[in-house]
Design a protein around this ligand. Structure first.
Ligand code: ZN
Length: 577
């Protein structure tokens, strides 16, 4: 009997799922080999209906993922004007006031993708743009994405263009990535109004297939809902059922202007958790380079920003930790081509136009350099560490990072298991690291201690590998056996290791349980976490006796104290050394 096997990595069966046409027995073998989340067997008679269904739903986008870290990925997005590497920062081009031209961006900055506003072009230079095509119009040979005027709706209320017109216009000017005219939710609106914007955007999105006439343009499906996270999730679910190539989170500009990055993180998660992970994700109006690492870590593959230009117009100088006014700078903290040949005095003395152009260039250099740093961090598996550095550059990023623990399971599910580098542990924020969550989950669900071992001795982690051979370790073990009248062969050694919790000796060399460095003493919350893991394990284990070794005068005493609060005396004995 031939069966059709559908495997979906999502909770709900949602396409694109992988399809396998296999014999019944092959299917069984396949199921055993792959621990997929959802497997449905369907009689092959239904195949043709399913194929048709899939063709309709499946987006056309070619997006190949090369490296991953957290939810970030280095990918290759194929468009009709070339392939761009993600994560990519798209400078917003406003032809009315652009001190650095698209050509200069291409030649001097290595910029391969940018974004401009189709609505403004349509309003001001429609004929010329249609005649030349957007690439010649901008004089940019790379990939051009166009926005549709949603931002103008947000800023000025209604705009003078119909959703159909702007779809056709984007095809006419030969853009590579186009956006439907969504209705932005905006900020400070009632839930009722937010619902309306979500519904209207979905209605407009549904009409796209009838209106568009080309198949070589990638279409962006914006997700609305604003700060109402249930609406963002609903909007994302609805949009993901439509054949969009890219999804985008709409209208977070006010959120970003007010530095509400924790709310932004909530919004991004609400969207990301409800769209197919395989589709690229765009963040509209991402703003400032100090939050690029956060956006990328949360899975934004593309993001645009006009900040480099707008800030320069206002004599503001971007850095990866915030914005500085030019008048306040005595020393330029940057070595880009602009800053290495000038000092703040020179810049301040320049005519306005020239100064604006130079500041724009510096701001762009900061943005592109930060993207390169982020990509390198992804390759090295050190994006978390990079994010920690950025988080300690500005409290608003740190606040957003603290929010990550609420999404720990989701991040863990999508993060790579093995990395090239060890982990640096700084504080209790690291408890939300996917590696820490993964150890907790696997240890709880999959681990059973060896049966013959009746006695548990919990050692502190004073460096497992070195310790096992050290005289000190052997002496403590011998002392413990003598003092508690224990047979050494019955002892099961485990370590209590911040930030991981309990680590049995058999797995202490498994990545990353000994490939990490931590700043000791761990903070209060980390110690509490370790104590909780000890208590959890001791209560669950089937040992006859349990001894915890504590070095006096160290953080281990505090862990022992927290354990004592939570556990009966006879369940855990202490050996102070
Ligand atoms: Zn500079």
């Amino acid at each position: 009997m031939r069966m059709l096997l559908i495997i979906s990595s999502r909770k709900r069966l949602e396409l694109p799922a992988k399809l396998f046409f296999l014999s019944f027995y092959e299917n069984l073998r396949f199921i055993f080999r792959h621990s997929m989340r959802k497997i449905i067997l369907v009689p092959s008679k239904m195949m043709k209906y399913l194929k048709r269904f899939i063709r309709r739903r499946k987006s056309m986008v070619e997006f190949e993922i090369k490296n991953k870290d957290l939810l970030a990925r280095i990918g290759r997005l194929k468009t009709k004007s070339g392939t761009v590497e993600t994560p990519a920062f798209l400078p917003v081009i406003n032809m009315a006031r652009q001190s650095v031209t698209p050509r200069e961006l291409w030649e001097e900055f290595g910029c391969r993708i940018l974004i401009t506003n189709a609505y403004i072009i349509k309003k001001q230079q429609a004929e010329e743009a249609s005649r030349l095509g957007i690439h010649s119009f901008l004089d940019f040979p790379g990939v051009v994405m166009t926005d549709s005027g949603a931002y103008q709706i947000l800023a000025y209320g209604d705009i003078e263009v119909a959703p159909e017109e702007i779809i056709k216009f984007q095809e006419e000017i030969d853009t590579d990535i186009a956006t439907i005219l969504d209705l932005p939710t905006g900020w400070g609106v009632s839930k009722k109004r937010a619902e309306e914007t979500v519904r209207e955007t979905i209605n407009r999105a549904k009409k796209l297939e009838e209106i568009k006439s080309r198949n070589d343009i990638l279409w962006v499906g914006p997700i609305q809902g604003g700060r109402y996270l249930d609406l963002v999730a609903e909007s994302a679910r609805e949009m993901s059922r439509l054949p969009f190539d890219i999804h985008a989170l709409g209208s977070p500009t006010p959120v970003m202007e007010q530095y509400l990055f924790d709310l932004l993180a909530d919004m991004i998660f609400a969207a990301k958790m409800n769209v197919p992970f395989s589709r690229p994700f765009h963040l509209f109006g991402a703003g400032h380079p100090f939050m690029f690492a956060l956006a990328v870590a949360l899975g934004c593959d593309l993001f645009d920003s006009a900040a480099y230009n707008i800030f320069a117009q206002d004599d503001r100088y971007l850095t990866t930790y915030g914005t500085v006014r030019l008048e306040e700078i005595e020393y330029l903290p940057c070595s880009c081509p602009v800053c290495s040949k000038r000092d703040p005095q020179d810049l301040r003395g320049m005519p306005k136009n020239e100064r604006e152009a130079e500041l724009t260039r510096h701001n762009l250099h900061v943005c592109f350099a930060e993207i390169r740093r982020i990509k390198q961090a992804i390759i090295e598996g050190r994006l978390w560490e990079h994010l920690m550095i950025r988080a300690h550059g500005h409290p608003s990023i740190l606040q957003a990072m603290k929010r990550l623990k609420d999404y720990g399971d989701f991040i863990e599910r999508h993060s790579p298991i093995v990395k090239r580098s060890g982990l640096f542990i700084f504080s209790s924020i690291d408890l939300a690291r996917p590696e820490v969550i993964r150890h907790r989950k696997r240890f709880r669900e999959r681990y059973t201690p060896p049966e013959k071992m009746k006695i548990l001795i919990l050692f502190p982690s004073f460096g497992p590998r070195r310790t096992l051979k050290s005289r000190r370790y052997k002496k403590i073990l011998a002392d413990a056996c003598e003092r508690f009248h224990i047979d050494k062969d019955e002892v099961h050694v485990c370590f209590y290791v911040p930030p991981f919790g309990v680590v049995p000796i058999e797995i202490c060399d498994v990545y990353p349980l000994s490939q990490f460095e931590i700043a000791c003493p761990p903070d209060e919350e980390t110690m509490k976490y370790v104590a909780q893991r000890i208590v959890e394990y001791v209560k669950k284990g089937r040992y006859e006796r349990r001894v915890m070794v504590v070095e006096s005068g160290t953080w281990q005493e505090e862990v022992a104290r927290i354990c004592k609060e939570d556990i009966k005396e006879e369940l855990l004995e202490f050996l102070i050394v």
